[in-house]
Ligand binder design. Sequence first.
Ligand SMILES: NC(=O)c1ccc[n+]([C@@H]2O[C@H](COP(=O)([O-])OP(=O)(O)OC[C@H]3O[C@@H](n4cnc5c(N)ncnc54)[C@H](OP(=O)(O)O)[C@@H]3O)[C@@H](O)[C@H]2O)c1
Length: 265
Amino acid sequence: MSDSKKVFLVIGAGAGIGGHAAKRFAEGGYHAVLARRSDAEGLERLVGEIRDSGGEASGKLLDASLPDSIEDLVDDIERGIGPIESVLYNLGAQIGNRPLTDTPLRTFELGWRLGCFGLFRLAQCLLPRMAERGSGSLLVTSATAAVRGNAGQHSHAAAMGGRRMLCQTLNAEYAPKGVHVAHIVVDGSVDAPDTLGKLLGDRFEAYKQAKGEEGVIDPGVLADTYWHLAHQPRNCWTHEIDVRPFTDTPWWNDNPPAAIDTKSR
Ligand SMILES: NC(=O)c1ccc[n+]([C@@H]2O[C@H](COP(=O)([O-])OP(=O)(O)OC[C@H]3O[C@@H](n4cnc5c(N)ncnc54)[C@H](OP(=O)(O)O)[C@@H]3O)[C@@H](O)[C@H]2O)c1
């Protein structure tokens, strides 16, 4: 690759948000590095699609919950490919709905490791480097669970809520050093075969049909939002944004109380 290429790293690059963001940044001239846990074939396919359309990309299989995995990845990229200008932390902590008594301690802790601690580890090894260079962006995909706890969401909501606050503390410390931290609340379902698709299995296609046309977020469209966030001028940075399909009720209006009975007043 040429020396001038900026690097875009995605941690959690499946065929949904992660892979589409990688494609968008590669289209824009970045060398995209896609990291995911287990699907070597899927990784190869995404990297191949980027290369076939004239972009630069590399792939890495890694389990981000393991010690040193994220830190070694960042070191290897910065030494072997180039400085990471923009990074997307895209790992979720969704395990489906589980009542309190059916949420083992190890499950609760794994949610925190992936949703929150992994982001802290990434930030600790990468943000000081970005600050030294005076520029960089950290994009963090988030979910409704970051802003609203619900029954059965103990592990997920605790991890994502903590991650939202972590994004605010990182922003407070690193924005003045030139590093843009953006927290993207994805408040709706995504057409993501490797995550929601696997969670729903055979019901995925029927689910999308039931949601109707444009009732599910297209990760290719969302990728444009990520691109925009990473390239905002420094006088106008977004820290938090939320997105949902037009047919979905926003998280703050969901479960509305029964209509007010004005007659009984
Ligand atoms: N999908 C939705 O409906 C939805 C809705 C709201 C918010 N979100 C948020 O969107 C983000 C995920 O985006 P997406 O759903 O579109 O998924 P995606 O980008 O298609 O895929 C995410 C990838 O993360 C990888 N991953 C999981 N655990 C990992 C680990 N320990 N180490 C390394 N990689 C790991 C998986 O790789 P392998 O497949 O190789 O194991 C998976 O394919 C999450 O932050 C989630 O909270 C998603």
